[in-house]
Structures are given as structure tokens and as C-alpha cells.
Design a protein around this ligand. Structure first.
Ligand code: SF4
Ligand code: SF4
Ligand code: SF4
Length: 179
């Protein structure tokens, strides 16, 4: 069966420590000011019944990626397990993909190409976990193959209350937030 890589982000476990952001920067040698993941904080409810949701966010590796459709050169493409990649040599830095991503998941690298989360495919191909997943001290992040019903990520998305960001975007995200 074709793999469908996905991530579950447990918002009850995430404490916003940014270890995932730092691990990603180091693992992927990101430039100053460039980020493939980030922390979002959202306040919910009305006083005094306020609650705060903290989320580690990144590219959703969408099943219907508008960034790939928008890319005029074919640099943005779908790779192993449905992960959306950018071929640097083909990227002209036109930013059509940046404008078309509803999630703000892409940035322009100082060397002129567009960059984004790769689900650390270079590590996954070696049987390792993405750097952010491995680093998270609270085990808030779970990576795996959603097409495998026995995987932990499949089990979590079945057994927990789940949401995706901007479900109306039409992009069909593969990052799931456990609430
Ligand atoms: Fe949240 Fe884990 Fe990232 Fe810390 S490392 S911000 S707990 S997801
Ligand atoms: Fe493309 Fe944005 Fe979806 Fe990532 S989140 S696959 S960059 S549309
Ligand atoms: Fe960064 Fe890899 Fe995590 Fe994506 S999966 S946010 S590239 S560390």
C-alpha cells in the first residue's frame, strides 16, 4: 500500500518550549530568520472560562497541495509518502507557492529558493524520526504512516478528538491536532 506520512500534534502535551523549532533549525541548517516549524498560541473562550491552546505547526503535507498546483516550474512536487518537496535547482524564487499556501508554511531562503518542512524525509529514509519529533521532551509529536492502521499516528487520529487547520481550505492537510 502507498504510504501516507502524517503527523499528530498533541495540544494537551505541547508546552511551547520551542525545542522542536530549534531541533529543526539545527538539523536542516536553516538560515537566520528561516523557520520550517513554529509555535502558535490561541486563546479560547470568554473570561473567566479562558483556555490557551499551544500548537507546534509546520507544513501540512497536504493531499491536495495548492503550492504544487501553483508552481510554474515543477520545483514543488509530491515525494515519498505524499510529502511535498521543493527541488532547489528548479525553483526560481517566484513565490507563487508562498502566495498559494493557506498555512504560511513556506519562506524564501536567502540563496533564492523557497524552503519548507520536508517531514525530515532524509532521516525517515534512514529509518529515523523527524528531528522535531525525536527532540520533543513531552512527546507531543507523533510521526508515521497513516495508511498503516497499526501505526501510532493512525491509532491516535482514530482514538482522540482531532482537528486540522483551516479544514475549508480544500488542501486536505496531513498534520492532525489532537485536542
Ligand atoms: Fe511543543 Fe514539543 Fe515543540 Fe516543545 S518541542 S514546543 S512541547 S511540540
Ligand atoms: Fe503546500 Fe502549504 Fe500544504 Fe505545505 S501546507 S503542502 S506548503 S499548501
Ligand atoms: Fe523541521 Fe523535520 Fe520537523 Fe519538518 S519534520 S518541522 S523539517 S524537524
Amino acid at each position: 500500500m502507498r504510504k501516507r506520512y502524517a503527523m499528530a500534534v498533541d495540544t494537551a502535551r505541547c508546552v511551547g518550549c520551542s525545542a522542536c523549532v530549534i531541533a529543526c533549525k539545527t538539523e536542516n541548517a536553516l538560515p537566520s530568520g528561516g523557520f520550517r516549524d513554529w509555535i502558535a498560541e490561541e486563546t479560547r473562550g470568554a473570561f473567566p472560562a479562558l483556555s490557551m491552546e499551544i500548537r507546534s505547526e509546520r507544513c501540512n503535507q497536504c493531499s491536495r497541495p495548492s503550492c504544487v498546483s501553483a508552481c510554474p516550474t515543477g520545483a514543488s512536487h509530491v515525494a515519498d509518502g505524499g510529502v511535498v518537496g521543493v527541488t532547489r535547482a528548479k525553483c526560481t524564487g517566484c513565490k507563487a507557492c508562498v502566495a498559494s499556501c493557506p498555512y504560511g508554511a513556506r519562506y524564501v531562503h536567502p540563496e533564492g529558493f523557497v524552503d519548507k518542512c520536508t517531514f525530515c524525509l532524509h532521516r525517515v529514509r534512514e529509518g529515523k524520526l523527524p528531528a522535531c519529533v525525536e527532540t520533543c521532551p513531552t512527546r507531543a509529536l507523533t510521526f508515521g504512516d497513516l495508511a498503516d492502521p497499526a501505526s501510532r499516528v493512525a491509532e491516535l487520529t482514530r482514538s482522540r478528538r482531532v482537528k486540522v487547520l483551516q479544514p475549508g481550505s480544500g488542501n486536505e492537510p496531513n498534520v492532525f491536532f489532537l485536542t
